[in-house]
Design a protein around this ligand. Sequence first.
Ligand code: AMP
Length: 487
Amino acid sequence: MCGIFGAVTPGSDAAGIAALGVFSLQHRGQESAGIAVSDGEQLMLYKELGLIAQVLDERRLPSLRGPMAIAHCRYSTTGSTVWENAQPTFRLGRNRSIAIGHNGNLVNTRELLSRLEGGKTRLPATTDTELLTALLADDPADDIVGALKHVLPTVQGAYSLAILDEKRVIGVRDPFGFRPLVLGRLETTEDDPEGKHSGGWVISSESAAIEVAGGTVVRDVEPGEMVILEEGHEPVSIRFAPGHEQLCVFELIYFGRPDSYMLGRNLYESRRRMGVALAAESPADADLVMPVPDTGAPAAAGFAEGSRLPYREGMVRNRYSGRTFIQPSQHMRQRGVTVKLSPLREVVAGKRLIVVDDSIVRGTTTRQIVALLRKAGATEVHLRISSPPIHHPCFYGIDTQIETELIASTHSVEEIREFVGADSLSFLSIEGVLSALDLPYDRFCFACFDGRYPVPVPYDTARHKFVLEDADGEPVSRGELGELRHE
Ligand code: AMP
């Protein structure tokens, strides 16, 4: 996944707005955070493992001066979680220096590595983004726009990009638009006597972050489009490829913030409607409906509404237990899901529950949740999942790349029910998802549900995430590709 945010704020420093924007995208990646700024002459970069509030804090931001900035939070899909792989990337090239924040995942990474000049070139990191940065920074074109026009047609896979060079911020979205990217405007505010917020333009993974940063949403960046933001200019749009949008439907089901909009749909409302559709498809006789917090809540509200059953919160979520780059201690690991979620005995004891969640990936969390609810006294647990079973890995930016780890790739619905220990289990159908969204199938990528991949994935999938690393996690060079191919 990953969150990206870029800002051009003529006459003032952009770092604060970019940091605020990416802070609102923290849910998209919690492994590392970073920012790159330009003062018009040179770029400055700061990145670190950890959460945005820790990395981009009040002490750091004032030293990052300049009216252009991009910021990023990472959820890894290619390359390990190490400092070198944090973003934005940075490279001082022949004709320019650039920084990139990337949301998505490329699928022809090896082929791209073989294009890199000099067989012995070793990249400083092992991400597909580092590779793309090298290709763009070293391209002989006069400017970054020329380099993008040259390089992007050779790149396959999912990429929404925030790019910074000395003079501009550029938002780029791949021709399929797998990942979202939104353009927004910052108004000049009258209640700002010091004139600190002098207007400008922003790009963001999600619309909600633009609003939190004080801007207004203008439109989606189109698939196959780049939008160039420069001081003193209106945004310039260049189409580098014909677009056919196939947005990741999982963005609407799980990833995006409920207050964001995608394809004109509010995500809270979409999820609530998925819950209504699920209640119609798979009703159950029970005393109450409860969500797996937090992301299951909108669908559970819809299910309760659709089934005319009471809605209760039967579990409490620890707000501070998000995914973190720090490995939990042995003691915390032993406590499993209870560190994150604890049942409300008063609500669930003696009750027949309908428990609604948005997805099952590996099944391990769900299994623990069912056990916790039973231990707290629930008499029946009927699981209802507001998405179809995830049968296939994602290669376009979600870290579900190993097929055998997906429980639905090897188990039937009945076998999953048995594994998680529920009394009944149902998933929403693809048709149910589409009816809730009121949009046609071909607007979305449903590959994780039905295996129809819009962009073919050309090589051995098992090593996908670590395609640019050797066995010790060190970067591979172009010269070593032959050996890897014969693994
Ligand atoms: P499990 O039972 O282990 O498959 O976990 C299911 C839970 O994981 C659900 O509550 C989902 O909301 C959540 N989930 C779905 N996709 C992801 C993801 N990519 N990263 C983290 N959690 C996820």
